[in-house]
Design a binder for this molecule. Structure first.
Ligand code: CA
Length: 516
């Protein structure tokens, strides 16, 4: 009896010691969510794109020490809607943010930062926000108004307008690190570090202007796509490198936000190259080729600063001994076309636009060096973070926790199909609204606009570049029927309204070439 009492006393004492020594180390993991804007997976070296466009050693490190997701799909491939989905874990038709033209985020709805904050997390969002209303659920917010500027950007800090000298990606990284350094070390934290880059108009840091030493980038096979084999929607868009890029996109005019000293450096790089271009008087395909090269130089230059910023944050976590108990996520708000189909921009259900890069490190949970082709989504982020923090996930959220996938498990009930729905039309790029179902092999989609109601089917196995609509091909009759059933099932499960609500397209009449 006495022996048992001593044993119980010893156990109680050990528990007390463990709890005291653990008091300064939060058991719940910290979360660092690094989110870029329009970063194509083709421009992340971890994804081994055939063109080998650039090296992103720091972003790659997250995947090497964690898991690389090869099929992270977004439900509505543009900036604001994607951000609303990340926060709410819901599709546009339930979170109310359909488009960048007239949607405004209802900040009173449930979001994962609010739930983490209520559970004792310190929360911050720094950088691009783009949801019109002020952030809610954050102890600290320091955001760009709207799209923001690349150089010397005005920002809004906890409601107060502020102006900063410098390059936007560096500033967002600086402010993220400043916040981490000033945090309450006794509590876990959520940092959402959200870059503007590499969004249009793709202005690199001045130190990166000569980053590629005038390399000629390999062209994608479909740079001169003629859209044969597909319908009106694909040929009637306004997002081609050939026709739509502006002088500012092409750096033929100088950005107004540069200060005089920065302008000297900018002109020293672009001036002689632009003079050479004017003199060459390029036409037709040669002009498209030149534009593609200029686009890639600028876009990839922007990515370099993002990658450096990721490296600085990883270094801070290492230096402070925080790496082990911190989940680090790198993702973009959607994918992007880097010349495929002759395009820039996003919006489409097609692979380059639909897929975002996603790499997640969580030591002791995520298996290092893992990769997965499971269909995951930015719908899943909210549930993943709540699950990781040991919190209850609200029933209304529509994603799934990625924790089992991170552990290397293959849950039997994991999704094998995905619902996509794009609304914004006609401006700025004249991509007709469409919805559809995506599987590992097929995409069945329906365009729904005043002047177009048509279906398309793509077979990624026989047609990886998505060039041939086989909807009418009799060989695919059974596939169409099967996918249509799945589409109906998904629309019911996800509570998609029968009719698209009035105003979902945004229907902005004036052409604004700099929008989104
Ligand atoms: Ca975007």
């Amino acid at each position: 009896m006495a022996g048992r009492r001593v044993w119980l006393w010893t156990v109680a004492l050990l528990a007390m010691v463990a709890s005291v020594s653990g008091a300064s180390e939060p058991r719940q993991p910290n979360i660092v969510f690094i989110f870029s804007d329009d970063h194509a997976y083709q421009a992340v070296s971890a994804y081994n794109d055939a063109r080998k466009l650039l090296e992103t050693p720091n972003i790659d490190r997250i995947g090497r020490e964690g898991v690389r997701f090869d099929r992270c799909l977004v439900p509505n491939s543009i900036c604001g809607p994607s951000r609303a989905t990340v926060l709410t874990g819901k599709y546009s038709h339930l979170n109310g943010f359909y488009n960048n033209n007239n949607s405004r985020f209802n900040g009173s709805q449930t979001t994962f930062p609010k739930l983490l904050q209520a559970a004792g997390y310190q929360t911050a969002v720094i950088g691009k926000w783009h949801l019109v209303s002020d952030p809610t659920g954050f102890d600290e917010w320091h955001i760009l108004p709207g799209q923001g500027d690349y150089y010397n950007p005005p920002m809004v800090h906890n409601g107060q307008p502020v102006r900063h000298e410098g390059y936007v990606t560096d500033l967002i990284t600086d402010f993220s690190l400043d916040w981490l350094k000033s945090r309450d070390q006794s509590r876990p934290f959520l940092l959402m570090c959200q870059h503007k880059a590499p969004h249009r108009e793709w202005s690199p840091a001045l130190r990166h202007l000569g980053h590629d030493q005038d390399r000629q980038y390999p062209e994608p096979e479909t740079l001169f796509d003629d859209y044969r084999g597909r319908g009106k929607a694909e040929s009637d868009q306004r997002m081609s490198i050939a026709k739509i890029m502006t002088p500012l996109d092409l750096k033929l005019t100088t950005p107004a936000s540069l200060n005089p000293a920065q302008r000297v450096a900018w002109d020293a790089y672009y001036g002689p190259r632009n003079a050479q271009f004017e003199q060459a008087n390029l036409k037709g395909d040669d002009l498209v080729r030149w534009r593609y090269q200029r686009y890639l130089h600028d876009y990839l230059g922007c990515v370099k600063a993002v990658d450096e910023g990721v490296g600085r944050i990883l270094q801070y976590l290492d230096d402070e001994g925080l790496a082990e108990n911190t989940i680090v996520v790198y993702a973009s708000d959607q994918g992007f076309f880097l010349g495929e189909h002759g395009w820039f921009d996003k919006r489409w259900i097609f692979e380059e636009s639909l897929r975002s890069p996603l790499l997640i490190r969580w030591p002791k949970v995520a298996r290092p060096g893992g990769s997965t082709s499971a269909i995951v989504s930015n719908l899943d982020f909210a549930e993943t973070f709540l699950d990781a923090a040991g919190l209850v996930v609200p029933d209304e959220m529509q994603g799934k926790s990625l924790v089992p996938i991170l552990k290397g498990e293959s849950p039997a009930d994991w999704r094998t199909s995905f619902y996509y729905h794009y609304y914004e039309y006609p401006e700025p790029h004249h991509v007709r609204p469409h919805y559809g179902v995506v599987t590992d092999r097929y995409k069945l989609l329906r365009f729904e606009a005043d002047d177009l109601d048509s279906w398309e089917l793509f077979d990624l196995k026989t047609d990886p570049h998505e060039l041939k609509n086989v909807f009418q091909d009799p060989n695919y009759r059974a596939t169409v029927a099967e996918l249509n059933q799945e589409l109906l099932r998904l629309r019911a499960e996800l509570k998609v309204p029968e009719l698209t609500p009035e105003g979902a397209s945004g229907n902005r009449p004036a052409v604004d070439p700099q929008a989104k």
